[in-house]
Ligand binder design. Structure first.
Ligand code: ADP
Ligand code: MG
Length: 264
């Protein structure tokens, strides 16, 4: 195969890269159930940037996030977090890298019901045996507006507050990058806007790097850049998205009448 310079596919290289996928492919199953979820994906996420990933249901968004975050292994290709290549890491090294350098926010909050908000936020650090950076934790808690709710259990919090706890937990270790897979998918639009506002703040004021999967053009409008997937491939991207420009691009990707419901 004739491989030209890496910059052809991805632009910016080297310093300032929080995460990178190169020639990333992921095949699920085999024979009749074989599904190519990712097909030669090349994408770079710059440090201190907020990127939205969009695309029809089944286009590979979650698979891409999981491969980037080391929660799933690719079939071929490479993933780097900062300068670290994920492919070939041993389980323990990968677990450690995930704990120390990656934050993850899920659609379904995934908080532990028996722990208080504060205990949930510091749990990953406790598991890692790391002493929390008190000043940083205080800033994060302040930024998510949870100061008055730290002793509450998840069941005593609204959905939006639970997701704010999950965001604070993702940021607690000051990770190099935060991945959020449809973080506002279970929230009403007002509460969703609070979470998006917080993710924006974490980039602008705390210097975080955020990659967020969303279906929602309004949510994508909070990002610095939007990347579109279709059938496991990156088909477009642009900067400074607005809800209108994103909606317009989505309409062209997803022809009218096509169902967005998962058929598998
Ligand atoms: P999205 O998040 O964009 O909706 P996914 O990444 O979840 O898409 O899925 C991409 C494709 O891979 C879909 O066709 C899906 O059915 C398939 N897929 C995802 N996970 C698995 C799995 N564990 N086993 C088999 N197929 C899967
Ligand atoms: Mg998904």
């Amino acid at each position: 195969m004739n491989v030209t310079t890496a910059s052809t596919a991805t632009g910016r290289a080297g310093a300032g890269t929080a995460a990178r996928a190169t020639g990333l492919s992921k095949v699920h199953g085999e024979g009749e159930t074989r599904v190519v979820a990712l097909d030669d994906v090349n994408v770079v996420f710059g440090q201190g940037e907020f990127t939205a990933i969009m695309g029809p249901s089944g286009s590979g968004k979650s698979t891409l996030m999981h491969c980037l975050a080391g929660l799933d292994t690719a079939t071929s290709g490479s993933v780097t977090i900062g300068d670290t290549e994920l492919v070939g890491l041993r389980d323990r090294q990968l677990t450690r890298l995930r704990r120390e350098r990656i934050g993850f926010v899920f659609q379904a909050f995934n908080l532990l019901p028996t722990l208080s908000a504060l205990e949930n936020i510091t749990l990953p650090l406790d598991i890692a045996g790391r002493r929390p950076d008190e000043q940083w934790i205080a800033r994060v808690i302040d930024a998510v507006g949870l100061a008055g709710r730290l002793a509450h259990r998840p069941s005593q919090l609204s959905g939006g507050q639970q997701q704010r706890v999950a965001c604070a937990r993702a940021l607690a270790s000051k990770p190099g990058i935060v991945f959020a897979d449809e973080p506002t998918g279970n929230l009403d639009s007002r509460t969703g806007a609070e979470i998006l506002g917080f993710l924006r703040t974490s980039v602008d004021e705390l210097g975080q790097t955020v990659v967020m999967v969303t279906h929602d053009p309004v949510a994508a409008g909070y990002a610095d850049r939007v990347v579109f997937l279709a059938d496991g491939r990156v088909v477009d991207e642009f900067r400074l998205p607005t809800a209108d420009t994103v909606l317009d691009r989505m309409r062209r990707l997803e022809p009218a009448g096509r169902t967005t419901r998962r058929t598998t």
